[in-house]
Design a protein around this ligand. Structure first.
Ligand SMILES: Nc1ncnc2c1ncn2[C@@H]1O[C@H](COP(=O)(O)OP(=O)(O)OP(=O)(O)O)[C@@H](O)[C@H]1O
Length: 357
C-alpha cells in the first residue's frame, strides 16, 4: 500500500526511526439517531519505540475510544477517520507503513495486527479470557497464531511467559481456568497472554484500577520491567496522574475528545500550560502540600454532542474569555520543543504552576 506521508503536527513522524505509530487527525464519531457524538475529535499521537505514552483525562474524555480506534475495535455505529500509520515488519525486511484507519475493520490484515504488533490489556481480565478454556490453551492460541506452529514449543513459551510475569506455580496455572485465579493473578495472566506474541505496542487501558493498592503497584512495576526487557512500546490509559508519573515518558492530556496538552512527563508536572492540566494537577494530593485543601474541578465534562463553537473547556475554565475562546476551534499550539498546548493563552503563562510549584 502506498501512503503519502503526513506533515508533522507533533515533534516527529512515522519517518523517524524511533516512531512506530503515528495517528494524525484521528476521529471517532458515533452516528446516533439524536445526532453525531464526537468521542474522539482530531487526535494526534506518536508512539515511540520502547517508550510509554500516557493518556490521561477525566471519565468520558475519549481515552478508551482512542485506544479502540488504534485496534479498529470501535463498536458500531462508531466511525474511524484520520490516519493511523503503523510500521509493520522490520528486522531483515524493510518495515512497511500501513494505515490502520483505511483497513477493513473485520479484515485479515487488521486481525493479524491485533495480538500481533499491537496487544491490549483491560481493567477487567475476564473480558480478555474465555471462561471455558484453560489459561494455558488461551495463551498458546496467541503464540500459535503469531510465533510458532509447534504445539509443544508453544506450551513451553506459554510456561516461560507465565513465569516471566511472576505467576506462582506457572505449570499448574496452565491447566487452570480463569475463574480459579485471584484478581491480581488474572491480571498477570492477561499481561502474559498479551505479551506472548511479542507485540511492538502494548495498550493498557486502566489495567490496575480494580486492584488493591499493593497489587496495583506490583502490576505497574511488572509492566515497566517487561517494557525495559522486551523494548515494547506502551500506551497507558488512566485517569490517575500518580500512575502517569510512574509510567510515562510522554503524556497526552485529553479533554472532550481532543488532546489539550502533549509533552514529556517532567514538563507536564513542572511546567504545565493548559488550565485543564493545571486543574487536574491541583486535584491530586501532593506530599509537599499535604495540608492544603484539594481543589476539585468544578462542573463536569460536557456530553460530546451538539457542542458550541470554541474551546471544549470554556464552560469550566478560570481563564475563559468570551469573544475569544468561544468563537472557533482552538489549534494545538507549539509552545516549545515537544510541548504542545490547545489554549489561546498558553504563551502568556510561562511559569507553569504545576506539581512542583
Ligand atoms: N459504544 C459507544 N456508543 C456511543 N457512545 C460511546 C460509546 N463508547 C463511548 N461513547 C462515548 O464517547 C465518549 C468517550 O468515551 P470513552 O469511554 O472513550 O471515555 P474515557 O475517557 O475512556 O472514560 P472512562 O475513563 O470512563 O472509561 C463518552 O461520551 C462516551 O459516552
Amino acid at each position: 500500500m502506498s501512503i503519502e506521508l503526513p506533515n508533522r503536527p507533533l515533534a516527529g513522524s512515522i519517518e523517524d526511526d524511533d516512531v512506530i505509530l503515528q495517528a494524525t487527525g484521528l476521529k471517532v464519531h458515533f452516528h446516533l439517531d439524536e445526532g453525531r457524538l464526537k468521542s474522539v475529535d482530531g487526535v494526534d499521537l506518536l508512539i515511540r519505540k520502547g517508550k510509554t505514552l500516557g493518556i490521561v483525562g477525566e471519565s468520558g474524555c475519549g481515552k478508551s475510544v482512542t485506544s479502540q480506534a488504534l485496534l479498529r475495535i470501535v463498536p458500531k455505529p462508531g466511525r474511524v477517520e484520520g490516519e493511523i500509520l503503523l510500521k509493520r515488519g522490520g528486522g531483515e525486511a524493510k518495515a512497511e507503513v500501513v494505515d490502520l484507519a483505511k483497513l477493513d475493520g473485520d479484515g485479515k490484515e487488521i486481525r493479524s495486527v491485533r495480538g500481533g504488533e499491537i496487544a491490549m490489556i483491560f481493567q477487567e481480565p475476564m473480558k480478555a479470557f474465555s471462561p471455558i478454556h484453560t489459561i494455558g490453551n488461551q495463551i498458546m492460541e496467541a503464540i500459535l497464531l503469531h510465533r510458532t506452529n509447534d504445539k509443544k514449543e508453544a506450551r513451553e513459551i506459554a510456561l516461560e511467559t507465565l513465569a516471566s510475569v511472576g505467576m506462582s506455580n506457572p505449570k499448574q496455572r496452565l491447566d487452570e481456568y480463569p475463574h480459579q485465579l485471584s484478581g491480581g493473578m488474572r491480571q498477570r495472566a492477561m499481561i502474559a497472554m498479551a505479551l506472548a506474541s511479542h507485540p511492538k505496542i502494548l495498550i493498557a487501558d486502566e489495567p490496575t484500577t480494580a486492584l488493591d493498592v499493593t497489587v496495583q503497584a506490583q502490576v505497574l512495576m511488572l509492566i515497566n520491567r517487561l517494557k525495559e526487557k522486551l523494548g515494547t512500546s506502551v500506551v497507558f490509559i488512566t485517569h490517575d496522574l500518580g500512575v502517569i508519573a510512574e509510567m510515562s515518558d510522554e503524556v497526552a492530556v485529553m479533554y472532550l475528545g481532543k488532546v489539550v496538552e502533549y509533552t514529556d512527563v517532567d514538563t507536564l508536572f513542572y511546567g504545565p500550560r493548559h488550565p485543564y492540566t493545571k486543574a487536574l494537577l491541583h486535584s491530586i494530593p501532593s506530599v509537599a502540600h499535604r495540608n492544603a485543601r484539594l481543589e476539585s474541578i468544578e462542573g463536569s465534562v460536557p456530553y460530546p454532542m451538539n457542542l458550541p463553537a470554541g474551546c471544549g473547556f470554556y464552560s469550566r475554565c478560570p481563564k475563559a474569555q468570551a469573544g475569544a475562546c468561544n468563537v472557533a476551534d482552538i489549534p494545538l499550539i507549539k509552545v516549545k520543543d515537544n510541548h504542545y498546548v490547545r489554549c489561546l493563552f498558553a504563551e502568556d503563562d510561562k511559569t507553569g504552576g504545576g506539581a512542583g510549584q
